[in-house]
Design a protein around this ligand. Sequence first.
Ligand code: SIN
Length: 192
Amino acid sequence: MSHNTIEINRAMDRSMNLFDGRHSVWLFGYGSLIWKADFPFIERRPASIAGWVRRFWQGSHDHRGTPDAPGRVVTLVPQENAVCHGMAYLVTPEEFLHLDHREKNGYLRLPIDMRFDGGGSEKGLVYIARHDNAAYLGEASELEIARHIAGARGPSGPNVEYLVHLAHALRDMGHEDEHVFAIERHLAGLGR
Ligand code: SIN
């Protein structure tokens, strides 16, 4: 699969009539979408999804790295009994023009059930970079990931900034993420 997912996401919208008659759609964010809401939203609520874990296994060619020297950003990996905490946004369908462009480096926009921290649940969408996208980097130890992140930068800034913002946002929301916090500790050990 190509690493530019804009056309694939649009084709899925057409075939599934996803936005027909909809005035608003819930989007679940678990990475930069938690701490960088550069789009208007109607409502924002802390939420979680079941059966997925957050992993720094996706390459970034366009934000935190370049095609020649990709950075590492998060995607979701299926894992039984896991719960991934993040932020849900209620947005108008038009926002996906901007969001699909922002998330174009390998992320497919897929349906998901989300549960709000305050109670209740909704169906919505989530961007997931699957292992079959061309920018996927895959598993590595948390120390290797920290070393990789320490050396990467792209048009949106240093890769380390992405990790630090995410770790702080998760902590502020009162959530543990052992993978993210372990990489953060390694980065501190590397003097970053
Ligand atoms: C997300 O935050 O939900 C997707 C990954 C990212 O943009 O960092």
